[in-house]
Design a protein around this ligand. Structure first.
Ligand code: SAM
Length: 225
């Protein structure tokens, strides 16, 4: 039987690739990648020469059966995202479930992901937490924010710089004004930054520092007291 391995890749700092990740990529019969150009850049950096096949949100349903069949034919298949751990707000879940349904061995290597360092650096309790990925863009957005308002555990969200102000304004509308948040930018990169405070304080910071409304961001929200 073949095997599927999900391989986390660096979220900003290329030194964060593990030795095991490099070995698994080298040993793989099939390399699947969210964006082949991004993965080829990483493989070039690691001096690995391999053909890389696209596996992303737009073709994952269509390719599922073919990939599972290929793995069943005894291939070691690895899946990589552009950055971080596959299946965490990235394609991967469907393939994992399909392989498990067929009793194919699945491993996910420990490695980079944005939400763990963000949670830890937020300095909010991390013995219990919830991860909500990206907020819905339209339908269900307010409902989700109201749910988070009631959440007693620390809550972690992914957000894009294009939406951060809009999202913080929505928090301002629904959250108690004392509720604390922390926005972690550019984790593991040169300009890594944590912005802490109440929603209004963080909003004020971004209004006064518009140059910071860019890059990758994670929002961590203190649990309801
Ligand atoms: N699979 C990835 C993981 O394991 O974290 C997440 C992929 S998701 C498409 C991309 C989101 O992750 C970004 O919008 C941002 O919220 C977060 N992210 C990724 N890299 C980051 C970084 N270096 N600093 C802060 N947030 C990051």
């Amino acid at each position: 039987m073949g095997k599927l391995i999900l391989i986390p890749t660096p979220i900003g700092n290329l030194e964060d690739i593990t030795l095991r990740a490099i070995r698994c990529i080298k040993e793989a019969d099939v390399v699947l990648a969210e964006d082949t150009r991004v993965t080829l850049k990483l493989l070039n950096h690691l001096q690995i020469s391999k053909k890389v096949y696209p596996y992303h949100a737009h073709n994952e349903h269509k390719l599922l059966d073919t990939i599972v069949q290929k793995i069943e034919e005894n291939s070691l298949t690895v899946l990589l995202s552009d950055a971080g751990t596959p299946a965490i707000s990235d394609p991967g879940f469907l393939l994992v479930r399909a392989c498990v349904d067929k009793h194919i061995s699945v491993s996910c290597l420990p490695g980079p992901t944005a939400f763990v360092p963000a949670l830890v650096m937020s300095a909010f309790p991390c013995d219990r937490f919830c991860f909500e990925g990206f907020l819905p863009h339209k339908k269900g957005r307010q409902t989700k924010v109201k749910e988070i308002e009631n959440e007693e555990r620390t809550c972690v969200l992914y957000e894009s710089p294009h939406r951060i102000i809009k999202t913080l304004k929505l928090f301002q509308e629904f959250f108690d004004e004392q509720r604390k948040i922390c926005v972690l930018r550019e984790i593991s990169k040169i300009y890594e930054q944590s912005i802490r405070g109440t929603v209004i304080e963080v909003l004020d910071y971004f209004s006064a520092n518009e140059d910071k409304i860019k890059g990758e961001m994670v929002i961590v929200i203190e649990g309801k007291k």
